[in-house]
Design a protein around this ligand. Sequence first.
Ligand SMILES: Cc1ncc(COP(=O)(O)O)c(C=O)c1O
Length: 405
Amino acid sequence: MPGKLAIEGGKPVRTKPFPPRVQMGPEEERAVVEVVRSNALCRLNGTKVKELEKKFPEHMGSKHGIASTSGTSAIHVALGAARLNPGGEVITTPITDTGTVIPILMQNLIPVFADVDPLTCNTTAETIEEAMTDKTVAIIPVHLWGQPCDMDPILELAERNGLWVFEDCAQAHDAQYKGKKVGTMGDMGCFSFQQSKHMTTGDGGMTITDDDELAAAAAAFALKGNYFDVFVGMNYRMTELQGAVALEQLKKLEGVVEKRRRNAERLSGRISDLEGARPPHVIEGAKHVYWLYPLFLKPENLKVDPKRFAEALQAEGAPFVWPKSSEELVYAKPALTQKRVFGDSGCPWACRFYGRERWYGPGLCKTAEATLPNVLTLAMHECFTHDDIDDIAEAIVKVEANYRK
Ligand SMILES: Cc1ncc(COP(=O)(O)O)c(C=O)c1O
């Protein structure tokens, strides 16, 4: 008989709080103080962001880096650098942050959502191909939750059709696909340094590329289009304070990723043979970096819905477990279903460069809609110990045993 669940009055697996995620240390503190004392807080006056733009791409195995203010701006920088004409369609995934889609719309381009692989929740060459039209100009594969997309077929599809590939690596720093780090396979790779990410500057971003011309255009786009000498760009300058913190965070990145991977693999090992839930499936040749740990429920084998399963896990002492919902799919959000972008013009869809019908809302990507509500995400991090992981595993095993059909 499995132990009585805490949510039903039993003893919780864990009463001690889990360790907080501590990202900042004396190194970052010293680095920030140094910048403050230098009186040079803008990158135009200092050296830190410039140094980061050398070291970050070096670490990833790429030639150029263009720092910016967020992951959203890093993607905007990529699209701006590519000088895409308005009205082109850009294919991405509906399971992502809105930051993937904002730059598409701001460049007067049309977001198109490809369905996902139910095993991983990532888009694939097949789902992308289904979403393609004669207007498709680019693909933004998102390496969701830290797992690389199956890139070879995606790159082959892009090559065959003359499409740009901008990798969204906001959740996947140092993730690898067949020995290559994410961000180095497409035309450009885009990273976020928002607080929850593997390395952080509070907010911040970086676009990387091997292409000299694209790099120059990206740098111009992030610097007001070189004051309109090149084109109209944005002011996405990262500050020296962020640059200084990022340089310290970069030194810690490998350690963070390694600990997360070890923890996640330990958990996966302990829950691999349950009937009501499964660990994330890692595709061949991939190194997952577990920004979040997705637990895939098998509803056909469970007596309760995912929300109840999550609440039961929380009651066992794991407050960092969240059920996902199809309402989170980007295309289901009001700004897209009601096409609220540029006033009430209906642009970019109504723009004469596009002028086609395209709707957004439930029903668009059936596999994503069927799969996501059966996923719970666990915000496990590098400060968790093996004992912490074992308690999480015990809680999952206990809840599954009680709720299994
Ligand atoms: C997949 C993905 N893309 C883009 C972004 C946007 O990054 P930022 O919040 O730094 O703008 C995020 C942020 O969470 C993300 O997870």
